[in-house]
Each structure stands twice: as C-alpha cells, then as structure tokens.
Design a protein around this ligand. Structure first.
Ligand SMILES: Cc1cc2nc3c(=O)[nH]c(=O)nc-3n(C[C@H](O)[C@H](O)[C@H](O)COP(=O)(O)O)c2cc1C
Length: 211
C-alpha cells in the first residue's frame, strides 16, 4: 500500500452515496485506528460516538448548517472530549495500565506515574479544554489517514453548532463536548469534488529545511 497515493485518493466528500454502507469489518478498522491514536500521557480523555441510525442522522443535519453529508453518509462519527478531567480518569487509567502490564497496584513505577499525572493535571478548566481538544484533532488526523488507507470516504467537519448539538445529544450530562464530526461511507458518483485537483501550497513555500 502506498500511503501517499491513498492520501491523494482521499478528499473531503461533499456528497455520499446514501445506498452504500460500510461493512462491520470496516467500522471495526476505523475503531482500531481511533483506539490506537496516541494521546498525552496515554489518558484518552475522549469519546467517539458512531451513529448509524438514519432518523438521528437526519435530525443532526440542521445543527451542521444543513450539510447533507451528515444524513447521506453510512456512519456519522462525532469526536468528543471530556468537559473536564475527573479523579476517576486518573484512577481508571492507572488501574488499566496495571492490568495490561501485569503490575500490582503498589508497583513503584505505577505509583510514580500516578503522581506525575496528578502533578501535570493541575490545569485550569480552559487549559484542560484546549489540551483535550488538541488531542481529539490528533484522533481526527489519524482517522482520516486510516480511512484513506482502507478506501473509506470521509469528510472532516467542524462546521456545526457545537453547543446546540451537545444539548441535543445530552452530552454535557455525560461530561462530554463535541469537537468535530466525520461522516464516513462511499462517495457519490455525482460528487463533483471527486474530480477536482487538490489545492495545496507548494513544498518550497510550506517547508523550511535547516541542514
Ligand atoms: C478541521 C476541519 C474542519 C472541516 N470542516 C468542514 C466542514 O464543516 N464542511 C466541509 O464540507 N468540509 C470541511 N472540511 C474539509 C476541508 O475544507 C478540506 O479538508 C480542505 O479544503 C482540503 O481538501 P481535501 O480534504 O478535499 O483534500 C474541514 C476540514 C478540517 C480538517
């Protein structure tokens, strides 16, 4: 697989084929990619909502300024961050690390890591939000690359009313805020954007190389 060829193949799909759905296997690959996204200190302070239900997708369209990708896609992914870091986020992470790495809960390395986490997380709510949101965008980047490699069409979207969508989906009660969404599926043959050339700045302009 040539990853650069795949990145040329992908584009932000404006029009999906509403009659073509992703297979459960493809959805699983997408989940694998998101699960494997690296996050700061490994905490994964995010949640991914995958919506296949057509009624719900239709109801979300108005929150996304009527962008119809939201309704016509096979699966609508909403990438959320936590509203704030909770004590349990640290505890469950430390517990999971102990489990996976087979360390008992008094293991000094684990206890030191927990201490380091607590020290690093003394951030204001605003700092926490920005920090967690940046990591959701890393997940989005990872997702888009996985989709390209798997020949899954996608459209990254931040053109939606975050606060209103949060309320509609009852996210604040779950300590979550939507950051960005990504409809996934198959491009429609009618999508004219599949035929236009990619616009990117020239490498000479984009890179500074210091040798
Ligand atoms: C964070 C982010 C938000 C975006 N929001 C939207 C959006 O709301 N609607 C849309 O149609 N495209 C959206 N796009 C797609 C970009 O316009 C597109 O990726 C860019 O023009 C480059 O084109 P390409 O992805 O087709 O190569 C978004 C892309 C990113 C990365």
């Amino acid at each position: 697989m040539d990853i650069i060829k795949s990145l040329h193949w992908r584009y932000a799909v404006k029009s999906f084929d509403p009659n073509k759905n992703l297979t459960p296997d493809q959805v699983e690959r997408v989940k694998d990619g998101l699960q494997l996204t690296p996050t700061s200190m490994g905490l994964q302070l995010m949640q991914f909502i995958i919506i296949e239900n057509q009624d719900l997708k239709n109801q979300i369209v108005p929150f996304a300024y009527n962008q119809k990708q939201v309704a016509d896609c096979s699966h609508l992914l909403i990438l959320c961050r936590k509203t704030h870091v909770e004590e349990n986020d640290i505890l469950s992470f430390v517990e999971r690390t102990g489990e996976v790495r087979e360390l008992d809960n008094q293991n000094p390395t684990l206890l030191n890591y927990e201490k380091m986490l607590r020290n690093s997380l003394s951030l204001s709510i605003e700092q926490q939000k920005a920090w967690m949101e940046n990591q959701v965008y890393i997940a989005l980047g990872n997702l888009l690359t996985v989709c390209a490699a798997e020949k899954i069409d996608a459209c990254p979207m931040e053109g939606f009313q975050r606060a209103q969508l949060d309320e509609f989906l009852g996210l604040p009660e779950k300590n979550l805020n939507a950051v960005v969404m990504c409809p996934m599926g198959y491009r429609s043959k009618e999508d004219k954007y599949s035929r236009v050339n990619k616009v990117r700045r020239l490498k000479d302009d984009l890179f500074t190389e210091i040798k």
